[in-house]
Design a protein around this ligand. Structure first.
Ligand SMILES: Cc1cc2nc3c(=O)[nH]c(=O)nc-3n(C[C@H](O)[C@H](O)[C@H](O)COP(=O)(O)OP(=O)(O)OC[C@H]3O[C@@H](n4cnc5c(N)ncnc54)[C@H](O)[C@@H]3O)c2cc1C
Length: 220
């Protein structure tokens, strides 16, 4: 959507076709069908063609062609591609990963099956009731890190209250034109995550800018 906005700003939008291919059945499916539908509508309302269930099998840079597992091929002039996501080699070679390719943990304490080893963030896979894993997002990595740090400190000091990660999370969805949508909720809710999506507005975009500024000044 930001690319689409950039094309409009540069007054070339009428000469550009934007297509989005994804392996998933719908965008943000893990947040539930209503959120997924709303995000898809946001994308398609901008004239971006969305192709779900297209798993890339190869990219031919010289010929500028994509091939998908379902036999479809697509041509491109400019490709914005998310490379395969996997646990770092050191984690895989240490034998820490399970069948999912990521580390299995207790979803509340982030304790692994290995004594005194905790794992959180993108390196873990936490199954949810709807059959998909908890999304890999910084907002979860942050909250999980605080739970683990707190609980290790409690154990070492022999005092304090242990904490549990509760699956709460939120994210901004940049839509261009200085606007962003906002999704927030509990991803551990059952049978489906209880996530509410707010329509794009300038307020959410401004909130995202402030959030980023806070992080950069607070931590770096
Ligand atoms: C384009 C993009 C947009 C995103 N947008 C959002 C968003 O809007 N909101 C959100 O919540 N999340 C977002 N995310 C997801 C978020 O960035 C990740 O979920 C988060 O960074 C995970 O944190 P982490 O600490 O688990 O892993 P990472 O941030 O990946 O940190 C792991 C670190 O380990 C290092 N490392 C790996 N191997 C070794 C080794 N052998 N020795 C030493 N170091 C090693 C890596 O270099 C890396 O620095 C986005 C991700 C991408 C790629």
């Amino acid at each position: 959507m930001l690319i689409e906005w950039l094309c409009r700003k540069r007054k070339v939008r009428t000469r550009v076709e934007i297509e989005m291919y994804a392996a998933e059945p719908g965008p943000m499916g893990v947040a539930g069908p209503d959120v997924s539908k709303a995000v898809r509508e946001m994308v398609e309302s901008k004239g971006i063609r969305y192709f779900p269930q297209h798993q890339v099998t190869s990219v031919d840079g010289a010929a500028r062609k994509l091939k998908f597992a379902n036999g479809v091929e697509a041509a491109f002039d400019l490709l914005a591609f998310v490379p395969p996501h996997r646990a770092p080699r050191v984690v895989r070679e240490a034998g820490l990963v399970g069948e999912s390719g990521y580390v299995a943990t207790d979803r509340a304490t982030l304790a692994t099956n290995f004594p005194r080893v905790f794992a959180f963030g993108d390196v873990v896979s936490i199954p949810l009731a709807l059959g998909k894993p908890l999304p890999k997002a910084g907002v979860f990595a942050h909250a999980q890190a605080e739970v683990v740090a707190n609980n290790i400190a409690c154990e070492i000091l022999g005092k304090g209250r242990s904490r549990r990660f509760d699956g709460e999370g939120e994210c901004f969805i940049e839509t261009g034109d200085g606007k962003a949508g906002f999704g927030k909720g509990n991803f551990y809710a059952e049978p489906l995550p209880a996530v509410r999506i707010h329509n794009p507005s300038r307020t959410f975009h401004a909130a995202k800018v402030l959030f980023e500024k806070y992080w950069l000044t607070h931590w770096f």
